[in-house]
Design a protein around this ligand. Structure first.
Ligand SMILES: C[S@@+](CC[C@H](N)C(=O)[O-])C[C@H]1O[C@@H](n2cnc3c(N)ncnc32)[C@H](O)[C@@H]1O
Length: 245
């Protein structure tokens, strides 16, 4: 596999921490040239090493947003595992291009430090010339759970909490981006009970997209009431999961 670790001074190792956990993190460059974070504790990247931006665009923007965007007014998105905010940034860029109003909620108990994320340079992967300002605003939302306006079309709330501990209004989201670490690493986040929160939070006809196609995950989704299908994945991954309420 063609990726390498960057240990240059400006992209140095950092730790992501809360009172209970410390994750040592490095920046790695993936095969499409876009960077991602590497969590040493799990020996695991935040995105596919075949291409971080390529994966995010395929799974969450084209498959997720692309499946619901045409029929909606304001689109309500819930992301599990907000991490770097890459999916929110790419969604913002898509919303700009298609003039879609979006309300985006991200959950993550272990947000990486904004000073590390700035060095990832993710705005260069957007079409909008205003992406740098948008990403700066996304990162500024990390200090507190307030709703901020990125611009007139896009509002964002990042909740620094385990997604299973948040009480969501019933049937309020159109789409869930499920982007937790792999079920082999954190199986508890993929259990039926966890998925049931998300099923209840989705509106009728709403969808959940995730990169994992593990059999147990699909069975857990089905047991909640989702109609589950496998759809084509990004390069390096044959299929991904699309679940409909
Ligand atoms: C694969 S990485 C996410 C990548 C992220 N979507 C991005 O584009 O950068 C998984 C993320 O899930 C977060 N996470 C771990 N436990 C979580 C939980 N209980 N609820 C929500 N997020 C969680 C991790 O902190 C990490 O940021």
């Amino acid at each position: 596999m063609n990726f390498y670790l960057i240990k240059a001074a400006y992209l140095c190792n950092m730790s992501i921490y809360d009172s209970n956990k410390i994750f040592m993190t490095e920046v790695v460059v993936t095969e499409d040239g876009s960077p991602t974070l590497w969590i040493e504790e799990y020996s695991e990247p935040y995105h596919s090493l075949h291409g971080a931006v390529q994966e995010a665009m395929h799974v969450f923007i084209h498959t997720g947003l692309g499946s619901i965007a045409s029929a909606r007014q304001t689109i309500h998105i819930l992301e599990v595992g907000f991490g770097t905010g890459l999916n929110a940034l790419l969604t913002w860029d898509y919303a700009q291009l298609h003039k879609l109003p979006v309300s985006y909620t991200g959950t993550d108990p272990f947000l990486p430090p904004p000073s590390l994320l700035k060095g990832l340079n993710y705005p260069v992967y957007c079409r909008s010339p205003y992406a740098e300002q948008a990403y700066a605003k996304i990162l500024s939302s990390f200090d507190g759970s307030r709703v901020i306006k990125i611009d007139e079309l896009f509002s964002l709330q990042v909740i620094q909490e385990d997604f299973r501990k948040i009480s969501y209004p019933d049937e309020s989201y159109d789409c869930v981006f499920f982007d937790a670490f792999r079920p082999e690493i954190v199986p508890e986040l993929w259990e039926k009970q966890a998925m049931q929160f998300l099923y209840n939070a989705l509106s009728r006809g709403g969808i959940l997209v995730t990169y994992s196609t593990k059999g147990q995950v699909r069975r857990n989704l089905s047991a909640c009431g989702f109609l589950v299908e496998k759809v084509p994945g990004p390069p390096g991954k044959r299929e991904i999961t699309l679940a409909r309420k």
